[in-house]
Design a protein around this ligand. Structure first.
Ligand SMILES: Cc1ncc(COP(=O)(O)O)c(C=O)c1O
Length: 349
């Protein structure tokens, strides 16, 4: 597949901004209108008056090493949300191209397309929340440039079948974006291993979930170097700040911590599922490969409100397609989960 032909013509032609720090990073730096007198504060001995590395060499190398790919296949963004927006901006011509979303799913794909004035075609997942290939074929057309697959899917919690995703990669004349934000909780093989075979596959990851670093805002895409090169051209010159880079590099050494927190989350996911199933207002707890549970209850809106009055905040998803009566509950600590369970039992007492 000729990926380049899917890129918007203006982006193909784009002469990107060349930032000063791309050329020189040492010497008497009088090239970027920085403040040579320094800043009032410092952080970890870093010079905060200088712009950070625009090509994020260290960070991309470390992420590449962790995923067993080349640094040229890694693009880092201000959360995966920034990557989603940039993918739309490099592939989709406003008012003529479209994206396909498999709903119910993560709402940012639709909002990012709306912001960019790009049409959204929606395809419903099947009742078991798996891809309906026939439905995708019917809804995808010549204007479809991106197909968003979230696996494990938010808010349903389940993994999408790998074979279904790979079949889309093989047949779609579009880029298939697989959002693996919750991958670490799923104990399965990542789609990253298929990147070399499918140049139209982009896998998204984030440090906001299993790594526990939502506050530093770091996500990344693993993709064919050509797609990464266009993302690099279109991004803001210094999108990743130095504090985020430095903290991420430190955290990315702590793989044991991640494994421990994933293990604890999965143990609580099992316990919470079992306990919720015994509660009267709970009709169904859907199987989850994520760090949250989708739960069908007797009265989603009422239960959401009553829990909120007790200071327990869950997400009401009952207005989403196929999710009537559903709330989404993030897995908390054992103590938080016990408080939630007690509250739910009392609501129905
Ligand atoms: C499926 C999915 N993708 C991406 C994100 C956003 O990730 P980030 O914090 O990296 O922007 C979320 C956040 O909840 C999510 O559920």
């Amino acid at each position: 597949m000729d990926i380049e032909s899917l890129i918007r013509p203006n982006i193909r032609r784009l002469k990107p901004y060349r930032s000063a720090r791309q050329e020189y990073t040492s010497g008497i730096l009088l090239d970027a209108n920085e403040n040579a007198f320094g800043s009032a504060i410092t952080f970890d001995g870093l010079e905060l008056n200088r712009y950070p590395d625009p090509s994020q060499k260290h960070l991309r190398s470390r992420i590449a090493q962790l995923n067993d790919v080349e640094p040229e296949s890694i693009f880092v963004g201000v959360g995966s949300d920034e990557v989603i927006d940039l993918l739309i901006r490099i592939f989709c011509e406003p008012r003529s191209d479209s994206v396909l979303v498999l709903e119910p799913t993560y709402g940012v794909y639709r909002v990012a397309a709306d912001i960019n004035d790009v049409k959204v075609n929606s395809c419903l997942l099947k009742d078991d929340f798996q891809i309906d290939p026939g439905e995708v074929r019917r809804k995808a057309d010549a204007s479809t440039k991106l197909l968003f697959c979230c696996s494990p899917n938010n808010p349903t919690g389940n993994l999408l079948r790998r074979d279904d995703i790979l079949a889309l990669c093989a047949t779609a004349s579009a880029v298939v974006v697989v959002d693996e934000a919750y991958f670490d909780y799923a104990q399965t093989e990542s789609l990253i291993s298929a990147i070399s075979q499918y140049p139209n596959l982009v896998v998204l990851r984030t440090l906001s979930k299993a790594w526990g670093l939502a506050a530093i805002r770091l996500g990344y895409a693993v993709a064919h170097p050509l797609i990464v090169s266009y993302l690099m051209k279109a991004k803001a010159p210094y999108n990743i700040n130095i504090l985020t880079s430095v903290e991420a590099l430190k955290a990315l050494e702590q793989t044991a911590h991640v494994q421990k927190s994933v293990k604890a989350t999965i143990a609580e996911r099992k316990r919470l599922t079992r306990q919720l199933e015994l509660i009267r207002c709970v009709k169904e707890v859907f199987p989850s490969d994520s760090n949250f549970l989708l739960v069908r209850v007797t009265d989603a809106h009422g239960i959401h409100q009553q829990l909120a009055q007790r200071g327990i905040i869950v997400r009401d998803r009952s207005t989403e397609p196929k999710l009537s009566g559903c709330i989404r509950i993030s897995i908390g600590t054992p103590e938080q989960n016990d408080i939630l369970l007690t509250a739910l039992r009392e609501l129905t007492a």
